[in-house]
Design a protein around this ligand. Structure first.
Ligand SMILES: Nc1ncnc2c1ncn2[C@@H]1O[C@H](COP(=O)(O)OP(=O)(O)OP(=O)(O)O)[C@@H](O)[C@H]1O
Length: 135
C-alpha cells in the first residue's frame, strides 16, 4: 500500500516536472520571438494599446472574448512564423523556391491574422470611440 502510494506520487512528480519543463520551453519560444522579431514587438505594443483602450471603454465579456482571441491569434501566428523561418534557415541556408514558399506562406499567415485583428478592433472599438467623442 505504502509503496503503491509512493510510486503514484513519484509518477505525479515526474509528470509535473515534464509539464513545468514544457511550459519553460514554450515561454522561451515566446521570449525568443519577442527578442528577435521586430514585428512581434509591434504586435505586443498594439496588444497593450488595445487592452488599455478596452479597459477605458468598458467592454463587455463577449467583446473581450473577440479582442483577446484576435490578439492571441496574431501573437501565436508570429511565433509560428518565427519557427518556420528558423527551421527553413537551418534546412535551406541557400536560396530555394520551396524555402521561399515556406517563408512567404508563414508571413502570409501573420498578415491574415493581423488583418483579422484590425477588423475586430474596427468593429468593436471604433463605434465606441466615435460615440465617446460625440458626447
Ligand atoms: N532560403 C531562401 N530561399 C529563397 N527565398 C528566401 C530564402 N530566405 C528568405 N527568402 C525570401 O526572402 C523573404 C524574407 O526572408 P527573411 O528570412 O529575411 O524573413 P523576413 O520575412 O525578413 O523575417 P523577419 O520577420 O525576421 O523580418 C522571404 O519571405 C522569402 O521570400
Amino acid at each position: 500500500m505504502f509503496f503503491a502510494i509512493r510510486l503514484k506520487w513519484e509518477r505525479v512528480t515526474v509528470s509535473m516536472k515534464g509539464f513545468v519543463k514544457s511550459f519553460g520551453c514554450a515561454l522561451a519560444g515566446i521570449l525568443y520571438t519577442l527578442r528577435t522579431q521586430r514585428n512581434m514587438k509591434i504586435h505586443f505594443a498594439a496588444a497593450l494599446w488595445v487592452v488599455t483602450v478596452g479597459i477605458f471603454l468598458d467592454l463587455t465579456a463577449a467583446e473581450w472574448t473577440d479582442i483577446t482571441l484576435a490578439v492571441f491569434f496574431v501573437l501565436a501566428a508570429e511565433c509560428i512564423n518565427t519557427a518556420v523561418e528558423a527551421a527553413v534557415n537551418l534546412c535551406s541556408p541557400h536560396r530555394h523556391h520551396l524555402a521561399k514558399a515556406a517563408k512567404d506562406c508563414a508571413a502570409g499567415a501573420v498578415l491574415l491574422a493581423a488583418m483579422h485583428a484590425l477588423l475586430v478592433a474596427f468593429f468593436i472599438l471604433w463605434p465606441k470611440i466615435i460615440r465617446l467623442f460625440q458626447l
